[in-house]
Design a protein. Structure first.
Length: 302
């Protein structure tokens, strides 16, 4: 172990802390974490963890979701400026405006959203459970926020429902172009295309498999194919290579890298535990309302 790894390990014991890392953070941070996963998996780990301190190597909405579910725990953000731009593309006023126009409406918000947006929504979803959750909703109109790409992918499963979208998208996945995927396919025609549903429709139409980050990792390991074109954030390559050292993974040229996820480093992780810095705080009234959307998701997703 090098110096910084030893320091992090000591601090973890001193603080009785656990480190959670998203697949999109830097590989060195993933390697030092106690748990690595997508946002849904990590939110469950955070809830069930017996440790009083959770250091969240990810972006703000993830750390806030953990705090909403576990207010008694201290949730630390190594870099408080790490935030998902998509989460800020929709606000509570947008939701109220749509609610005023439609009576038979359920507001479904992707977990990649602010705490306030969760508080004004009826139910949360993740990319892994969105189809299951929406299948249990009785209303005809669904306002799906903030991601219009994920929303229109989910809408394809429910032709009897009327979906409404606002103008939110993940800048990282949205930039992946169908042409970039076609170019890779012309070089590797045997490759299987794996895509995250935050990508645009024309990219998803080229995919052999569409699913969450965890789903993509599982599919790559399960498949007999040895060459893949992966349409999601490039940090996932670290886990893919660990699980499948003999397989090859290509990412589109417009290499999708989330700069906010890359703000988490070993240094700021250690500093956060040393100074107990950047704990998440949420107004209790808002937290209670946002909790309702997350609890509803867990009830409906089973
Ligand atoms: S990859 Fe996209 S959705 Fe994920 S945190 Fe970055 S901007 Fe947000």
């Amino acid at each position: 172990m090098n110096d910084i790894s030893l320091r992090i390990s000591d601090l973890k014991h001193q603080r009785d802390a656990v480190i959670l890392a998203h697949y999109y953070v830097d590989g060195a941070v993933q390697d030092i974490a106690d748990y690595v996963g997508d946002s849904y998996y990590l939110s469950r780990v955070a809830k069930e963890s017996p440790h009083p301190v959770i250091v969240y190597a990810g972006v703000r909405f993830m750390a806030e979701s953990a705090k909403i579910m576990s207010p008694e725990k201290t949730i630390l953000m190594p870099d408080p400026s790490a935030s998902c731009p998509m989460a800020h593309m929709v606000n509570e006023k947008d939701i109220l405006a749509v609610r005023a126009r439609h009576e038979d409406l359920t507001v479904v918000c992707y977990i990649n959203s602010t705490t306030l947006v969760k508080a004004y929504s009826d139910v949360c979803v993740t990319s892994s459970n969105a189809v299951k959750v929406v299948s249990k909703l009785s209303s005809r109109h669904i306002l799906f926020i903030p991601d219009r790409n994920l929303g229109s992918y989910i809408a394809g499963f429910f032709p009897d429902k009327s979906f409404l979208f606002l103008d939110g998208f993940c800048p990282i996945h949205n930039i992946i172009s169908a042409n970039a995927v076609r170019n890779l396919l012309s070089s590797y025609p045997e490759a299987k295309v794996l895509a995250h549903p935050e990508c645009r429709r024309e990219v998803l139409e080229l995919a052999d498999y569409v699913g969450s980050t965890s789903g993509i990792i599982y599919e790559a390991a399960r498949s007999d194919v040895s060459t893949f074109i992966v349409c999601t954030e490039e940090g996932v390559r670290h886990q893919l290579m660990k699980d499948n050292p003999s397989k090859t993974f290509h990412f589109p040229v417009s290499a999708p890298i989330c700069p906010d996820m890359k703000k988490i480093t070993l240094d700021n992780l250690a500093a956060s535990m040393e100074h107990m810095s950047h704990p998440i705080e949420i107004d209790e009234n808002i937290r209670q309302k946002a909790l309702g959307s997350l609890i509803k998701m867990h009830e409906l997703a089973g």
